[in-house]
Design a protein around this ligand. Structure first.
Ligand code: SF4
Length: 362
């Protein structure tokens, strides 16, 4: 039975759809840059509620998907070493590297453990002092504080057999790179509520100001997303490019300073490779020298492989730039499905191809 709030929400969503229809600009492309939004838009049929003039496209919002093949291959290179435990969040398990995946390595006998929190990986290290436990640090500003806490705990307790392979990334620089590239003409960004809770709304001011793009930080319920689209459409109608915060119940202008402070203590900015986009200066996070003993790249002298190649025929890179939709990929739904995924956008629970396969696209 439906909860009464769902009926109220449905009525509100209908009102918002009507309001958007009444002010819809001639054409407007809105990019969402959050895997949770990608899933919510598909799950709640948001695209189907909007007038055809408003086009919702996905950008580089799925952290698993934007992790380049070279980082996956580099992390997988540890699987062949004896006495290693590799740990990661569950989404990474089936993401294919060039020759293998964590799941395949586990089937072949490697000790691969899925964790819900990086602190679980520290606990493995405490319990298995004769093993090296390496955590695959993948994620945006939302995830990095939890990895920071794990690194601090390991150092405070002198857990010397724990380390992190950092492939962490930050969002605003990627949006700038997308706008500077010859990608789709984005008029509005539907901005990630979770990331924004950490970095704050002010982090997007240069994007709105310098690129003339409307920015709205959005929550994840259908009403949140529809309200955010309405705010973006109003900005387009009025010729404004501002940062607006629809998700005020969680996000402030300044974000979470304490979270940023502890992250800054452990990580420093570096250049980062993004799948499909390439190297974006200053959008990666490397572990500071003061924590070098816990940096798997340093500790185990892991070099980026030179022979990494994308899965044959996979267009995830173009998808992450918003240039293509899953239905443009000839493999979508045929050779590539959630049970037989070829690229990360189909593997990840936040991937665009997975969302389209599960819920449909346009
Ligand atoms: Fe890659 Fe599969 Fe998506 Fe095609 S459908 S882009 S092969 S993940």
């Amino acid at each position: 039975m439906k909860h009464i709030d769902e009926y109220r929400d449905a009525e509100r969503v209908r009102e918002l759809a009507q309001a958007i229809l009444e002010i819809a600009p001639a054409t407007m492309t809105i990019m969402e840059v959050c895997g949770t939004h990608t899933m919510a838009i598909g799950r709640f049929g948001i695209r189907q509620l909007l007038p055809p003039e408003i086009r919702l496209i996905s950008g580089p919002g799925c952290p698993v998907c934007v992790t380049p093949q070279s980082d996956i291959d580099a992390f997988l290179s540890l699987a062949g070493r004896p006495d290693f435990i590799l740990s990661s969040f569950g989404d990474m398990l089936r993401v294919p590297g060039t020759h293998s995946s964590l799941e395949s390595e586990r089937t072949n006998g490697a000790d691969v453990r899925v964790v819900y929190s990086p602190l679980d990986a520290v606990e493995f290290a405490r319990r298995c002092p004769d093993k090296q436990v390496v955590f695959f640090g993948v994620g945006f500003e939302t995830t990095t504080p939890a990895v920071t806490i794990a690194l601090r705990a390991a150092r405070e307790e002198n857990v010397q057999n724990f380390s992190v392979y950092s492939a962490h990334k930050t969002v605003p620089g990627a949006l700038v790179a997308l706008l500077s590239d010859d990608g789709p003409r984005v008029r509005g960004f539907l901005l990630p509520g979770h990331v924004s809770a950490i970095i704050g709304g002010n982090a997007y001011l240069p994007i709105a100001r310098d690129f003339g793009v409307a920015c709205v930080i959005s929550g994840f319920e259908p009403v949140d997303i529809m309200q955010s689209v309405l705010l973006l459409a109003r900005q387009a109608r009025d010729g404004r490019s501002e940062v607006e915060n629809q998700y005020k119940r969680i996000v402030t202008s300044d974000g979470n300073r304490e979270a940023r402070r502890i992250v800054d203590e452990v990580f420093e900015p570096c250049d980062a490779d993004w799948r499909g986009i390439g190297t974006i200066p200053g959008t990666g996070l490397r572990i500071r020298d003061t924590y070098a003993a816990y940096d798997a790249r340093e500790k185990f002298n892991i070099a980026s492989p030179t022979d990494s190649i994308e899965p044959n025929g996979c267009l995830c890179g173009e998808m992450l730039k918003g240039r293509l939709a899953p239905s443009d990929c000839p493999l979508f739904g045929a050779a590539c499905t959630p049970s037989h995924p070829i690229g990360p956008c189909m593997v990840s629970s936040e991937g665009t191809c997975a969302a389209w396969h599960r819920y449909g696209g346009y």
